[in-house]
Design a protein around this ligand. Structure first.
Ligand code: STR
Length: 506
């Protein structure tokens, strides 16, 4: 979501002039809003766009409007009445207490294209079929993942090759994005499609490129998601998105055919990966069911895209913040040396032993939430937030950025301080207003998987390497680029091995 609502500036200015002529002097200062909430001024058709002109990324804009309009306010995104939730109390009401009432999703041009009209999970509206798909994915995740050691084995294999690759480029300036993304892509690929890529496989580059293209063009609050009719005009982002979707679909179709063929020839009942699990779910739902191949493909695509982009982004923020805060890196090194040593690699069983590392990961997710403004929710019935009436169909934007930077909850919220997640005993704790994965019926499905991957990748990397700034290179920018995920801009670092790990036996 988000970014600049005013990017197609010219078109809008023309529209604004036209409207100004039409409504000569009858500028409507704030139509009566259906709920009695403070509301930004709005014009017919354009909605509140003219008040959203500030050139700020969406999370900062919604935060700064909160200072003017209060913690709960409304605006019109074009014709859509939209409520902005800036604090924890109301977010809890929307996500958890009234989670079901707010579990809808709006139809947007980009997400409808990406998900074949909402046949996925992330962008699909609430429905019994959607619930059933979510349950299916959840059970297959727990089957070959969280509870078993299989997932740990997959991540550790990738961590091993990531470490060898970093060793090869030790001392040289390096943009860590590609190597990290490849490692994460391989983990997700193993889970979803049961396959992995060698470093120089050309298909891997195709996958990484189309994913990047999708992240930069989908649901980022562009005008075309507000005014669907803008689709008819040339639009660079939309063209790029369509090209990326085409590439994605070629790959997905191939994987689907391979899996169908393999299943047909299988004598065993083995479920190798998520795609197998989805196909089996589809078969057992019967011929007549509305569980189509499109659903299978879109759900797999969601799991794949979400798994790759979010974890890669978080790992990149982790390293960026460690470059800015070398004393934090020193403390993590010290904890790893004391608790793990140099004779063995960290494993999931060590999670409780590395509270400082875990707190650092939480602090990164607090200070740079992957999703600073959640994908919009929609009220499925008449309801309320904080006692204000909310009509069915109202869109709700939960601004997690502000919740994670709220000075009423967090001491010096702009400061990177992993200690804030440690109690007086040095044990990790997590306050209720820390919600990087959301909550309620639409909570992130990959939360456990993400935490597992973040822990294993970061503990393996930091046990073996020191990350530093090469001479003459600027520190990473910490603002990031706002899109459907908040990504860091590319930056350069240097890696230095901390010891020779022949002894680790890997
Ligand atoms: C990344 C790129 C891609 O190929 C597919 C998807 C679909 C699911 C998206 C994902 C995206 C970006 C991160 C999202 C995820 C669903 C939930 C997650 C938006 C666009 C977050 O809310 C952070």
């Amino acid at each position: 979501m988000a970014g600049r609502w005013m990017s197609e500036e010219v078109l809008l200015t023309a529209l604004a002039v036209l409207l100004a002529l039409l409504v000569v002097r009858r500028v409507v200062a704030g139509r009566p809003s259906p709920a009695s909430l403070p509301c930004l001024p709005s014009l017919p058709i354009l909605g509140s766009l003219l008040s959203l002109r500030e050139d700020l990324p969406q999370h900062l804009l919604l935060t700064s409007l909160g200072e003017r309009y209060g913690e709960l306010y409304a605006l019109y995104l074009g014709p859509h009445y939209t409520v902005v939730v800036n604090n924890f109390k109301h977010a809890r009401e929307v996500l958890l207490q009234k989670g079901k009432e707010f579990a809808g999703r709006p139809k947007m041009v980009t997400t409808e294209l990406l998900s074949r009209e909402g046949k996925d999970i992330a962008f699909a509206d609430y429905s019994p079929l959607w619930k059933c798909h979510r349950r299916l994915v959840q059970s297959s995740f727990s089957m070959f993942g969280e509870g078993t050691s299989k997932l740990q084995t997959i991540v550790c294999e990738e961590a091993t090759s990531l470490c060898s690759e970093l060793l090869r480029v030790a001392g040289q300036p390096l943009d860590p994005a590609t190597v990290l993304m490849r490692a994460v892509t391989n983990v997700v690929c193993a889970l979803v499609f049961g396959s992995t890529y060698q470093p120089h496989d050309p298909e891997l580059k195709v996958v990484m490129d189309y994913n990047t293209g999708i992240v930069q063009t989908v649901a980022k609050g562009g005008l075309v998601d507000i005014f669907p009719w803008l689709r008819i005009f040339p639009n660079k982002d939309l063209t790029r998105l369509k090209e990326c979707i085409k590439l994605r679909d070629q790959l997905l179709n191939r994987k689907l055919e391979e899996h169908k063929a393999a299943q047909a020839s299988y004598s065993s009942e083995e479920t190798r990966d998520l795609l197998d699990a989805l196909l089996k779910g589809q078969q057992s739902s019967g011929e007549e069911s509305s569980f189509t191949d499109d659903h299978v493909l879109m759900i797999a695509a969601d799991a794949f895209g979400a798994g790759v982009e979010t974890t890669t982004t978080t790992l990149l923020w982790v390293l960026a913040f460690l470059l800015h805060n070398p004393e934090v890196q020193d403390k993590i090194h010290q904890e790893l040396d004391e608790q793990i040593g140099r004779d063995r690699t960290p494993s999931l069983a060590d999670r409780g032993r590395l509270p400082y590392l875990e707190s650092t990961l939480s602090e990164v997710l607090r200070i740079r939430p992957v999703s600073p403004v959640f994908i919009p929710h929609v009220a499925l019935q008449d309801t309320s937030i904080g006692g204000h009436r909310i009509h069915k169909g109202t869109r709700v934007l939960v601004n997690m950025w502000h919740i994670h930077h709220d000075p009423q909850q967090w001491e010096q919220p702009e400061k990177f301080m992993p200690e804030r997640f440690l109690d007086s005993e040095g044990q990790r704790f997590s306050p209720p207003y820390f919600l990087p994965f959301g909550a309620g019926p639409r909570v992130c499905m990959g939360e456990a998987l993400a935490k597992l991957e973040l822990f294993l990748f970061s503990s393996w990397l930091l046990q073996r390497f020191t990350f530093s700034l090469p001479p003459g290179v600027p520190l990473p920018d910490l603002q990031g680029r706002f899109g459907v995920v908040l990504q860091p801009l590319s930056y350069t670092l240097a890696v230095r091995p901390r010891f020779s790990w022949a002894d680790l036996g890997v």
